[in-house]
Design a protein. Structure first.
Length: 107
């Protein structure tokens, strides 16, 4: 398990081998980030562009993926305020994608 904060509420994300899954967070401590390093794939929340009290923004999520050097990222828990899926997805850095219904990740 990876303890993260959803505003002030501690919640858990999970790392299973090379896969990390965190969908409700706005803060991850340095010690918990160490648990993520070395993952090959991460699923991470990226609610919208504007700051939110309990979720990462898209830019915060992108920066976290870059900091942790995870080569493949899928952003989930996204809202309609983020914009059109096709447009946002096309503008993401290499190896980063917006998740979608029915997505299957094969490791």
């Amino acid at each position: 398990p990876i303890e993260v904060l959803h505003f002030k509420l501690p919640v858990l994300g999970f790392r299973i081998k090379d896969f990390t899954y965190i969908t409700d967070a706005n803060f991850i401590s340095e010690s918990e980030k160490e648990k993520i390093k070395g993952s090959k794939v991460i699923v991470l929340n990226a609610l919208r562009h504007e700051k939110h009290i309990s979720h990462f923004t898209l830019s915060e999520a992108i920066n976290l993926v870059k900091e942790l050097e995870v080569p493949e990222a899928y952003f989930t828990h996204i809202s309609h305020q983020l914009g059109f899926h096709r447009e946002i997805n096309a503008a993401l850095p290499q190896g980063m994608h917006l998740a979608h219904d029915g997505l299957e990740i094969i490791l």
